[in-house]
Design a protein around this ligand. Sequence first.
Ligand code: SF4
Ligand code: SF4
Ligand SMILES: [Zn+2]
Ligand SMILES: [Zn+2]
Length: 297
Amino acid sequence: MQTSPDHCVICDAPLTLLDAATQPTCRSSACRWRYSTMPAGEKCRVCGRPLALAERVSRLCGRAACRDERMREWRQWRDRRREEDTALRAEAAALRAERAAALGIADAESYVVALTPAYVRGGLVPVPRERRRALRAHLTRVATAAIAQPDAGSDEAPDPQTDPALPPAVGRLLGTACATCGGHCCRNGSERAYISADTIRRVVRKEPGLTVNAVVARYLRRVGKTSHDDSCIYHGPTGCTLTREMRSDTCNRYFCGELAQLKRSVERGSLTRVFLTAHRGPAGELATSAFVDATGA
Ligand code: SF4
Ligand code: SF4
Ligand SMILES: [Zn+2]
Ligand SMILES: [Zn+2]
């Protein structure tokens, strides 16, 4: 929503009522030209006034009316998301009852609903040569940096899902949740797969003497015949084609909001039985689902 200014947003001259209703500037062609050529990121998202440098991050000017309007929009968005979430959870509970009846599970309600996103974008296609080339270029760059400066950067932590501190049943539960989702969080992996020089340093520390070419070849070999065309190059038909040891810390340690909450609850022991289901977008249909007992039973 735009609020009408009563002064030209460029030269601060008072505006006539008509001008204020149609333009944020006065009639001077210099003001109009300056305003029309100004990038959107330099104008308040509510009233359209040019922003001071410090205001550009939030794209909001300092006027109370604009801040209130933005807050109102945010509350509306939050309430809509809450309603969608409540509706989705009710749908998931109905699905749980239906699947439990079909599988002969008597106490369906003892399985707490966990609602992860679902990967729904691109299809599976043979990996194009350009994608392989882009991956090779990225790997060569990070492997060269890692091997030239083996002690630089910061240590990548061990993989939490093979961490002996994490009970195997919890690791399995998290793995099942990601399989149910299908890798929604891999969609931004592109041809870099979050692999950094630090990832390669970790690999080389385990196998000293590995050359740049050997590292690059090893990673290139893990690219499958097909992968999702709008996701990470390693996002294959059955999930990630890299071994856990070869994946970046980002991949090994990231949990989406729902999964992080699930992990905390299972670790605390406040939750053992879970009905995992994945949804296609905030108001989307429910995709796959699974009943899982985190105790391994
Ligand atoms: S972390 Fe969350 S978004 Fe990522 S694959 Fe697992 S369930 Fe899906
Ligand atoms: S490397 Fe594997 S886990 Fe990481 S983004 Fe790509 S497909 Fe996902
Ligand atoms: Zn003006
Ligand atoms: Zn404003």
